[in-house]
Ligand binder design. Structure first.
Ligand code: SF4
Length: 135
């Protein structure tokens, strides 16, 4: 039996530190926390209409990881492919944890890296929830 996989899709996140954290947290999950259970796509390629990429949310339960409430990743996935299984908004979580504006945008400092690690844990928890309870 093949290993079950979940699609983790980060927003492109160039506009603010929350977007950078979103991308770094996603990489942590893909490379360190759940490498065997994750797949991803390139959001810009997806958004211009690559056919294969657009089957993505149909083939995998998907978690959108967005920097802010504009939720660019979630909106693109749901517009072009299918409903996301879970959604994480970095700015909301940082607010809840009282960790707003943790770092400069371009290169994360120690606090920014800590925030990305915490967000990555949240993504892993959301994955476990999907594996336990389904989409
Ligand atoms: S969701 Fe927010 S942080 Fe991410 S790309 Fe869109 S505007 Fe930028």
């Amino acid at each position: 039996m093949s290993t079950p996989k979940i699609g983790i899709v980060s927003c492109s996140g160039e506009c603010c530190v929350e977007g950078t954290i979103s991308r770094i947290a996603t990489r942590i999950v893909l490379e360190k926390l759940r490498p065997s259970n994750t797949v991803t796509i390139c959001l810009p390629l997806f958004s211009i209409g690559e056919k294969g990429e657009r089957m993505f949310a149909k083939n995998f339960a998907t978690i959108a990881v967005d920097g802010c409430e504009k939720q660019c990743a979630k909106n693109a996935i749901e517009k072009y492919s299918g409903k996301t299984a879970r959604s994480i908004v970095v700015s909301d979580l940082l607010k809840k944890w009282k960790m707003e504006n943790p770092s400069p945008r371009r290169e994360l400092n120690k606090k920014g890296v800590e925030a990305a690690a915490k967000i990555a844990e949240e993504i892993a928890v959301a994955m476990d929830d999907i594996f336990t309870r389904g989409r």
